[in-house]
Design a binder for this molecule. Sequence first.
Ligand SMILES: N[C@@H](CCC[C@H](N)C(=O)O)C(=O)O
Length: 244
Amino acid sequence: MRIYNSDGSEPEMCGNGIRCLARFVADIDQTAARAFKIHTLAGLIVPELLSDGQVRVDMGQPILEGPRVPTTLEPTQGSTVVQQELTVGGHTFQFTCVSMGNPHAVTYTVDQQPIKVDAVDLTGLGPLCEKHAVFPARTNTEFVEVLSRSHVRMVVWERGAGRTLACGTGACAVVVAGVLEGKVDRCCQVDLPGGPLHIEWKEEDNKVYMTGPGELVFSGMAHMCARAWHVTVANGAKCPSDYE
Ligand SMILES: N[C@@H](CCC[C@H](N)C(=O)O)C(=O)O
């Protein structure tokens, strides 16, 4: 799977995208397997269709070493950046930095107070975080409110895409960061503006598992460039006119 942000940049992974891809493949080929191994720039990712229609995804192990996230923020726990202070837009945040193949900066506090997501100035702060010099590959930024140890709310400013309704890799990073900060349990519901995701960071294998929906919203046809036709033809179309 390859994916592009709306600014044209190519991220390593997309949690929403991989659930949608699994749902799409299963819907167009009812005989297809119920679990898929999908190569991404973040490595092998394994989504599985559940009997209740949800998609559970083995998202792999989080990357926690600061330079590999990447961030130049000073590590606070071994090589991991946990609750490191950074002032952005006149406010001080405590960022925990996690890579799920793509980089995330997660904060549960603003000016030493717990975040209330409804009060976050996402369009003001998001671009400043995304392009801050301490994030050399830019970053996705998650602002999180704790409802209980097994339930949080988040809003996200995505690298290359801005405000979005949901971010699967972001929800995973939020739970990993929350566990590292001692704020949430390893199994946690994450409410996003687009709906909830269930995240588990398993102690046994150190992998993060994401469960959520993938739903058909619309279907349509598009004329694609010559390069894209190779993909379509390889998938069985006889000629471009099949799609006209
Ligand atoms: N903007 C992200 C890539 C997309 C993430 C996605 N929304 C998700 O669901 O994980 C990036 O540039 O890393």
